[in-house]
Write a protein that binds this ligand. Structure first.
Ligand code: GLC
Length: 538
């Protein structure tokens, strides 16, 4: 019986609210802007929109530092704007997923003000306070993900507080039941407003080693890497007790029916899959970032897909991600031609795909002049900042590409006059059209949305350049062939003479091939991907 739960069959689209649509002329996107652009998402054919944080925040980390978990920051609008957004999304049959940031609050959150007030304050234990090391320095060797130590000394009490990110983002103590209860109520607050799920920020960080042991040195550290990589994060995150905390959150979501819990987790596959929980009671979708971390080569990608498929627990639903607001854009990494192959890969693998806004128009690397740097990480550790992947969406060929009436908070691409939704919408050759066709194919073919996956072995000379696999459901078999190289390849199609199948092209990344019958050999152009459909020839 094929799966029909929305978060399994559907596609998620991530919106970074600062960069989607500005409606009040301040150069920064807002909630009414997202509402105004929902038509694009419905037209494109995605099923759910995940919105990065828009809560009240001093914006030290652009909203990932929350000062009030139940309020909309005035920069983005009001709670009424949010209610209007969700109503309009639901009217268009789009689900709404919020970004939940429970690992740390802002230093400006009233909870932290209380916690900091004195060692005796009832909320002292809501955060992680420790005495200095005997030499007066930080309590252990844990580092901040944004550079420098993860401990900041508070003069008043002489103790240090822990922050896995900026000093303005103190970590909450998830071992404290009061913290859990308060955060569960935050979830209920939004669930009651109708949200369909949460993407939970740095979920593998929530529980730290009880003894605060030093992290061991990372033998593979290389100087070009961010400082955090000096140590293996063995004790500062990915602790076994975290699974129970996630199950607790998931139970709150299930009070409201089929709502989804997506966890942000950067871990190797064998650790990642433990986040489904022993009885699949933890994360519904532990975000799978393997495609962001693997070299763009057919054999490497084929190996990781096989590894991931094999590692999934029984009943655990897969998912795939090609880009987000923290990692280089796919088109910047692999170029325009391969970005099309990547789109086909993302939307034909087994499991829920997440698209990052702007990837559908192939947004690439946008250089950020030094005087326009925004990301605090870039200031702390130059070269690692995330501004180039957060540039404003490009809607049309007007000034500022229809994003804003004024100069946006970050620059746009130099080719914005051509690279925009309006210009690409009716162009049958555009990457936008390709994304839309792929999404429609996924919707129309259960083999793609819910079917099985199997690797198709190719002769070694081809396997370094071409990744081939099948998706199947009921009577239907689709074969996907992706040329990661820039040389034409001829692929034999009859691997099983007994089956006597013939094939035709359902969709190609190269326009104009759909409907073509292939014969026994398929000619793949450079940088071409195709979806073939099998026809029994008898
Ligand atoms: C997550 C977010 C990132 C943020 C960090 C701290 O990794 O995706 O943008 O800076 O958490 O909240």
């Amino acid at each position: 019986m094929p799966e029909t739960i929305w978060w399994k069959t559907g596609t998620v689209y991530q919106v970074y609210p600062r960069s989607f649509q500005d409606t009040n002329g301040d150069g920064v996107g807002d909630l009414p802007g997202i509402t105004a652009r929902l038509e694009h998402l419905a037209w494109l054919g995605v099923d759910a929109v995940w919105i990065s944080p828009f809560y009240r925040s001093p914006m030290a980390d652009f909203g990932y530092d929350v000062a009030d978990y139940r309020a909309v920051d005035p920069l983005f609008g009001t709670l009424e704007d949010f209610d209007a957004l969700i109503a309009e999304a639901h009217r268009r049959k789009l689900k709404v997923i919020l970004d939940f940031v429970p690992n740390h609050s802002s230093i400006a959150h009233p909870w932290f003000a209380e916690s900091r007030a004195s060692r005796e304050n009832p909320k002292r234990d809501w955060y992680l306070w420790r005495d200095p090391a005997p030499d007066g320095g930080p309590p252990n060797n844990w580092l901040s993900n944004f550079g420098g130590p993860a401990w900041t000394r508070d003069e008043a009490s002489g103790q240090y507080y822990y922050h896995a990110f900026l000093a303005e983002q103190p970590d909450l103590n998830w071992r404290n039941p009061e913290v859990r209860a308060a955060m569960h109520d935050v979830l209920r607050f939004w669930l009651e407003r109708g949200v369909d799920g949460f993407r939970v920020d740095v979920i593998w960080h929530l529980i730290k080693d009880e003894g605060f042991r030093d992290n061991p040195q990372n033998p593979d550290f290389a100087p070009h890497q961010p400082g955090i990589n000096r140590f293996s994060q063995v004790y500062s995150c990915d602790r076994p007790e975290v699974i129970e905390v996630i199950s607790g959150m998931r139970a709150v979501l299930r009070e409201f029916g089929e709502r989804v819990l997506i966890g942000e987790i950067y871990l190797p596959v064998e650790r990642l899959v433990t986040y489904y929980g022993p009885d699949l009671e933890a994360a519904d979708l532990p975000f799978n970032f393997q495609l962001l971390e693997t070299p763009w080569q057919a054999d490497a990608v084929a190996a990781l897909v096989a590894e991931y498929e094999a590692a999934l627990p029984e009943g655990g639903w897969p998912n795939w991600v090609l880009g987000n607001h923290d990692r280089p854009r796919i088109a910047a990494r692999v170029g325009d031609a391969q970005a099309r192959v990547a789109a086909m890969l993302l939307l034909t693998l087994r499991g829920t795909p997440t698209l990052y806004y702007g990837d559908e128009i192939g947004l690439g690397h946008v250089p950020i002049p030094p005087d326009r740097v925004q990301d605090p990480w870039e200031r702390n550790e130059p070269g690692h900042g995330r501004d180039p992947v957060r540039t404003p969406m490009q809607w049309d060929d007007s000034r500022h590409a229809g994003f804003s009436a004024v100069e946006p908070w970050l620059p746009q691409t130099e080719d914005a006059e051509r690279r925009n939704v309006d210009a690409m919408r009716d162009d049958s050759r555009s990457i936008l059209t390709l994304y839309r066709r792929l999404l429609s194919l996924r919707r129309d073919h259960p083999a793609l949305s819910v079917g099985g996956w199997r690797n198709v072995p190719l002769p070694p000379s081809l396997a370094t350049e071409v990744f081939a696999y099948e998706r199947f459901e009921g009577d239907e078999t689709l074969r996907i062939l992706l040329n990661f190289g820039s040389v034409e390849r001829s692929i034999p199609l009859e691997d099983d003479a007994a089956k006597q199948e013939t094939w035709s092209v359902l969709l190609s990344t190269r326009p104009g091939r759909a409907g073509e019958a292939t014969g026994n050999v398929l000619h793949l152009s450079p940088d071409e991907g195709v979806v073939l459909r099998a026809h029994p020839s008898s």
